[in-house]
Design a binder for this molecule. Structure first.
Ligand code: FAD
Length: 360
């Protein structure tokens, strides 16, 4: 049998598996998912897992049953010889040849060369690291200090959730910019800042974290004692993807693709989601939209049809963020902003729909 290999069952990989049923595959093809985990994880909820307000079980979704699953850590990807190398739980090494493949292994933290950041900060970029972050936060003594570095969507959601989860903590939220949430309209940034002020989360703007040590971080040269530092200050494709040889990548290590989402000169190797170089900020929503287009291209390739000269625009529906369990903020469609309880209800609704459509 020929193999369509999906590397990573994240938002992009899941969408492809959901939209390609067994009958959509040519008779001589099987679809194989490779992931290190035995279930899809709802990464957009990692802030709540870390803060201890959502259970591990609640953010797992079973992988589709019509796909053969291979569990292991992808260790090497050779797109020139169409081969991947996996390391299993017990250290056993396996190689897997593919006929077609979609790389969707997601992102990990980018530390921008800040000394001590990788060693001394906690992460919410993978399920495993988020579980460790949850444990570290849960074990903090009363009145401990937590510093969250980066006030984009995930940092803001984490700081707010943590405030609701642990009222005794001192929480600092550091950001490089003048205002938090730079990708949102100023009106929403102001609203979120006033929520933090009211809930006694200390926003430190125009910051520059120059070093992190075991018990402190340094903003410019000022030492700020911290019992835990959580890093939400930037992401990049996972290392195994950054390490793929002899293909073109952008400045951040995302793989450059053709308009049909495959690697140039490699029409059988596609890339989806946070690993792909796209003209939009990475998001789960974007990974899903791109996944839909990859399914369209795969079907055309199998049918021997010509690929479209122009690809449809990937229309995104906006972004919603939470401020604890009761308040939220977001942008819907092109520009309409929402805030307060309505935004939070909408966000919960989106999560409910996502789980429902994934069969939970
Ligand atoms: C706290 C937080 C909040 C967010 N909120 C939003 C939001 O509101 N809206 C939104 O659209 N986006 C949001 N995002 C971004 C979104 O989660 C990502 O853009 C999205 O998950 C990317 O999807 P993906 O398919 O590229 O990869 P992922 O969903 O990250 O999936 C990658 C998969 O690859 C597997 N994997 C990784 N490395 C290996 C390996 N070496 N071997 C085997 N398997 C491996 C993982 O187990 C995982 O299943 C948020 C992110 C965070 C952290």
């Amino acid at each position: 049998m020929k193999k369509l290999v999906i590397l990573g069952g994240g938002y992009g990989g899941m969408k492809i598996m959901q939209q390609l049923s067994a009958k959509d595959l040519p008779e001589d093809y099987e679809m194989i998912l490779v992931d290190k985990l035995p279930y899809h994880c709802i990464k957009t909820e990692y802030y709540a897992l870390a803060a201890g307000t959502e259970s591990d079980h609640d953010i797992r979704v079973p992988f589709p049953k019509h796909v053969r699953r291979v569990f292991g850590n992808v260790d090497n990807i050779d797109v020139h010889n169409k081969e991947i190398t996996l390391v299993g739980d017990r250290g056993e090494v396996e190689t897997l040849q593919y006929d077609k493949m979609v790389i969707g292994l997601g992102a990990e933290d980018k530390y921008h060369g800040v000394p001590g950041a990788e060693e001394h900060t906690h992460s919410i970029q993978s399920m495993e690291s988020t579980r460790k972050t949850y444990e570290a936060i849960s074990n903090l003594p009363p009145r401990a200090t937590v510093s969250v570095v980066g006030a984009g969507l995930s940092g803001v959601e984490l700081a707010a959730e943590l405030r609701e989860s642990r009222q005794d903590l001192t929480i600092h939220l550091f950001d490089r910019g003048e205002t938090i949430l730079p990708m949102f309209p100023l009106r929403l940034s102001t609203y979120v800042s006033s929520w933090f002020e009211k809930h006694e989360v200390d926003i430190i703007s125009n910051s520059n974290i120059t070093r992190v040590s075991e018990d402190a971080l340094f903003n410019h040269e000022e030492r700020i004692a911290s019992d835990a530092v959580i890093w939400t200050a930037g992401v990049q494709p996972v290392k195994v993807v950054r390490d793929i040889e002899n293909i073109e990548k952008d400045r951040k290590g995302h793989i450059i693709l053709t308009k049909h989402h495959h690697i140039p000169d490699h029409p059988d190797t596609f890339v989806v989601g946070d690993c792909a170089s796209l003209p939009y900020a990475p998001s789960g929503q974007l990974a899903e939209k791109q996944g839909e287009q990859i399914v369209m291209i795969l079907k055309k390739q199998w049918a021997g049809e010509e690929l479209p000269e122009t690809m449809p625009e990937m229309k995104l529906k906006g972004t919603l963020g939470s401020l604890g369990k009761k308040q939220g903020f977001g942008v819907m469609g092109d520009k309409a902003s929402v805030k307060g309880r309505v935004a939070r209800i909408l966000k919960s609704g989106v999560l409910w729909m996502y789980k429902y459509h994934s069969g939970v």
